[in-house]
Design a protein around this ligand. Structure first.
Ligand SMILES: Nc1ncnc2c1ncn2[C@@H]1O[C@H](COP(=O)(O)OP(=O)(O)OP(=O)(O)O)[C@@H](O)[C@H]1O
Length: 463
């Protein structure tokens, strides 16, 4: 019977997870911190460790060092879904975002255990390069043959081995997060954590405690002390995505971290030294935001030591088919159909399209087509790309309305809720912050961000 150790300081989550795993037939032990886990158990005897990222004392990622042969599944909220811990793969580390549902957790557990049964040391996928990739090149992490991307790769190769703070700029879906990952994996910090935090996905009221941690009793609901994401990245890199969405107080605190390499938890009077390499990204024009007072100028200059601009896909036309083939190969492997290919008309359409949602839009289009295709050949219709210049008239009542209104009006206006969402965001994002957009739409910032990801919604170029 596989043995699983749960390390989680929140009693309710710990006992619910324990019950779930016992019920599913696993042998389960649990602990409230890394030290307690180590004191009470021989960590190496477990087949899997499931740990919260932020715990009292050492962060959950520390278990990867303390039990190098055991896969560690990290649970955390708000960090970016895919790459939060992918560079910590010393064992078979996976990542799950809280809140998770039971099926999702059991599927993740089963996938890790079966991988371990089949190939104990081999857990990589096409999508998640290992620290070993650090001997390689940015091109082993992200695709790019055209001159513009070769230029980006040259810059990444140059800056990655240094300690320099980097600001990655580019439209949504261009690959900023992948560039950050390449910077980390090609750096001497590659074997340490890369923690990715999406500043737009964290509710404003929680940003500071998520980033910096908090002491017990620092605010209502702070029932125990927690390590922040910055501390969890100690020794490694911290990727702050959507940095333009960071509220003013958090900007001030972050500046102090950059200036003094120290963090102070919310509610604490004591500082602690941290050694973190910062990589920030934005689709917004931060310089312009400093002029309007939305972004601190001193923080801007601290972050913008080296700037890497990832060009939009429409400026890398030569790469479109290469990327499409890469995604097609990956998807056909997943689906067990190696014969899938694109018709000549589909290829022409891909080359003609303007790609407002950039690489993410292309990736989604290929994935969708692979699911929809009957037979082996993908035709243009299956790519289901939005026609250029299509204009949907949004009724005034909807623009000013909330989600429910949108849904009520949906049928009569022949405008789906997703269409409404997409058009509202596209039309207003230049003059509204993410918080304002979310408020107008009647949803949380987190759900705004998640919908942007799901729908591959491009943002207007602001730089
Ligand atoms: N050059 C590339 N090669 C392979 N895949 C890529 C490339 N660029 C982007 N992708 C894929 O496209 C998707 C979007 O990339 P990524 O999340 O890095 O973009 P982003 O600029 O950070 O987007 P956002 O600003 O919305 O967070 C990801 O699934 C990523 O793996």
């Amino acid at each position: 019977m596989p043995r699983i150790l749960i390390v989680e300081d929140e009693e309710i989550i710990r006992s619910a997870l324990r019950k779930l795993l016992l019920h599913a037939g696993y042998d389960v032990a649990d602990a409230g911190s890394v030290d307690e886990a180590e004191r009470d158990n021989n960590l190496q005897q477990f087949d899997l460790i499931i740990s919260d990222l932020r715990l009292p004392g050492a962060p959950g990622t520390e278990l990867i060092n303390r039990a190098p042969s055991v896969p560690v599944l990290i649970m955390t909220s708000y960090a970016s879904l895919r790459s939060a811990v992918d560079s910590m793969k010393l064992g078979a580390v996976e990542y799950i975002a809280k809140p998770f549902d039971h099926d999702e957790m059991l599927a993740a557990v089963e996938a890790i255990l079966s991988q371990r049964r089949q190939a104990p040391a081999e857990t990589e996928t096409d999508d998640a390069p290992v620290p070993g990739a650090s001997e390689d090149d940015p091109s082993s992490i992200m695709y790019g043959e055209c001159d513009a991307m070769q230029q980006v790769f040259r810059l990444i190769r140059k800056v990655a081995p240094t300690e320099t703070t980097v600001l990655v700029n580019g439209e949504s879906g261009t690959g900023k997060e992948l560039a950050a990952r390449a910077l980390h994996l090609l750096s001497p910090r590659a074997s340490k954590p890369l923690i990715s935090v999406n500043c737009a996905a964290i509710p404003e009221s929680l940003i500071e405690s998520e980033l910096f941690g908090h002491e017990k009793g620092a605010f209502t609901g702070a029932v125990s002390a927690r390590t922040g994401l910055i501390e969890a990245a100690d020794g490694g890199s911290l990727f702050l995505d959507e940095i333009g969405e960071l509220p003013a107080e958090a900007q001030a605190r972050l500046l102090r971290v950059l200036q003094e390499s120290e963090i102070r938890k919310v509610g604490s009077t004591q500082s602690r030294k941290v050694n973190v390499r910062m990589i920030a990204a934005t689709h917004r024009n931060l310089k312009a935001m400093t002029r309007t007072g939305e972004f601190r100028e001193d923080l801007y200059y601290r972050l913008n030591v080296v700037q890497i601009r990832i060009p939009p896909l429409r400026e890398r036309q030569a790469d479109v088919l290469g990327l499409a083939r890469k995604f097609l190969k990956r998807q056909s492997e997943r689906m067990g159909n190696p014969n899938l290919n694109l018709s000549p008309e589909a290829m022409r359409l891909l080359q003609r399209h303007r790609w407002p949602g950039n690489v993410r839009e292309l990736e989604n289009a290929i994935e969708r087509a692979c699911i929809m295709v009957e037979g082996d050949v993908i035709s243009p219709a299956m790519l289901d790309l939005e026609t250029e210049g299509e204009d949907v008239n949004i009724p005034e009542s909807l623009v000013e309305g909330n989600n429910e209104q949108a849904q009520d009006n949906d049928g009569s206006n022949d405008l789906s809720l997703e269409d409404y969402f997409q058009h509202f965001v596209l039309e207003n994002q230049d003059r509204m912050s993410e918080t304002e957009l979310a408020q107008k739409l009647g949803i949380s910032r987190k759900s705004l961000w998640e919908r942007r990801q799901r729908l591959g919604i491009p943002r207007k170029k602001s730089n």
